[in-house]
Design a binder for this molecule. Structure first.
Ligand code: DCP
Ligand code: CA
Ligand code: CA
Length: 392
């Protein structure tokens, strides 16, 4: 582990406070200082965002609206205006870009900035973070919290600790004081299940977790154990990855002879879907939409697209959608010379990391299978592996 390299990095994490709710309060002054809930979000009746005025009552995001209104009957519930939040998000990222050319978006309302070595031009990290928050406040009227630390993980914990509307810097020598008392679910990857598992072992804080050796954690949590061990020691070597400008990932194939046979075409469709899924995983992104592209014998081209229920990088989620789209074409009735699968509306797969231990066993198995296929493909090229359960 290269601790030296870690110590000299300066990472800022900025995360907007109660983002959707704050935008609503900013756009409509009547709502300011009022308990505001933004709800709906695909699933009926769920809290997407809740202003800090509601949090005193115990309202949280992902809670049912019914429960939230029980806790905070005076809350004003507003519908989601996704377009507006996306537009504000673009303005926030434009501000980030003014302060660093090393910006990694993590979601609609947060990013990491690597400001290592920026001191002379823009001031030290503290000054940069202050100015970013000031800019966001002055230009957009919105509250943001920021954390500064030697790595991404600690910077994110720091911004969390600074909320709402605050700034916190954790110096290398302060890392232990900062993280040891934190509950273990402050560690990336420890969700509800992981917490229960660890609590059962008498491990409640990150400090407690330090008592376990790396091997013990690996025995308990497999590959994730190593990562937990490092995080418990405040180690996180992941670099800030500048925005992936990839907007879609697609894979297509032109056949040597036009294909009429639907079964053969489905085998190709599965193979193409596997390749796309594999590339999604490598890029740490999830697809929100899938498109199947078909070129008929006469070169006429059609595409069929659909939004996937939950953004995914997994073949068992993606293939049934791809198949549905495929059957919306004239496959079987007309010869097909080209078939393609395209994943679009890519979103960072942060949420997947965050719920490492939340996943149902089934999902873990699928993921393990997906990753095994990735490894074989890396080693031997296209494996020709077929998932029995997916092929008719
Ligand atoms: N969001 C959502 N559904 C969730 C969680 C979040 O739709 N289950 C949306 C609404 C949030 C936005 O994403 O405003 C950002 O999510 P955050 O987790 O950053 O939460 P907030 O910004 O709302 O609050 P905080 O101040 O805790 O960051
Ligand atoms: Ca936020
Ligand atoms: Ca966020």
């Amino acid at each position: 582990m290269n601790k030296k390299a870690q110590a000299i990095r300066q990472i800022i994490h900025v995360d907007m406070d109660a983002f959707y709710a704050s935008v609503e309060q900013q756009d409509n002054p009547i709502l300011r200082n009022q308990p505001v809930i933004v709800g709906g979000c695909g699933d009926r009746g769920v809290v997407c965002a809740c202003s800090y005025e509601t949090r005193a009552f115990g309202v949280k995001s992902a809670m049912s609206l019914a429960k939230a209104l029980q806790l905070c009957p005076k809350a004003i519930v507003l519908p989601v205006r996704m377009e507006r939040y996306r537009a504000v998000s673009r303005e926030i990222f434009a501000i980030f870009d003014k302060f660093s050319d090393r910006v990694e978006p993590l979601s609609i309302d947060e990013a990491f900035l690597d400001v290592t070595g920026c001191d002379r031009l823009l001031g030290g990290p503290l000054e940069i973070a202050r100015n970013i928050r000031k800019n966001i406040r002055n230009e957009l009227g919105l509250p943001a919290s920021a954390g500064i630390a030697p790595n991404k993980y600690l910077a994110k914990l720091a911004s969390q600790a600074a909320k709402p509307d605050g700034l916190k810097m954790v110096l290398s020598e302060e890392v232990d004081d900062f993280i040891l008392p934190l509950p273990i679910d402050a560690l990336w990857g420890v969700g509800k299940k992981g917490k229960i598992q660890l609590n059962a072992l008498g491990i409640n804080t990150i400090g407690d977790l330090r008592r376990l050796r790396s091997e013990q954690l690996i025995r308990l949590f497999g590959v994730n154990g190593k990562r937990l061990y490092e995080l418990a020691w405040g180690i996180d070597e992941r670099p800030v990855v500048v925005e992936n400008t990839v907007k879609s990932i697609g894979q297509e194939e032109t056949f040597p002879a036009d294909l009429f046979n639907v079964d053969t075409l489905q085998m190709h469709l599965l193979r193409l879907t596997e390749k796309v899924a594999s590339r999604l995983r490598k890029n740490a992104v999830l697809a929100e939409t899938l498109t199947v592209k078909v070129k008929y014998s006469d070169f006429q081209q059609v595409t069929r697209s659909k939004t996937i229920e939950k953004p995914s990088d997994s073949v068992p989620d993606m293939y049934p959608v791809a198949k549905g789209l495929f059957f919306k074409t004239e496959a079987g009735r007309r010869g097909i010379r080209l078939l393609g699968v395209i994943a679009g509306n890519l979103v960072p797969c942060e949420t997947v990391q965050m719920t490492l231990f939340e996943d149902s066993q089934e999902k873990c198995k699928r993921k393990a299978l997906d990753e095994a296929v990735d490894r074989i493909r890396d080693k031997y090229g296209d494996p020709g592996i077929k998932r029995g359960s997916l092929v008719d």
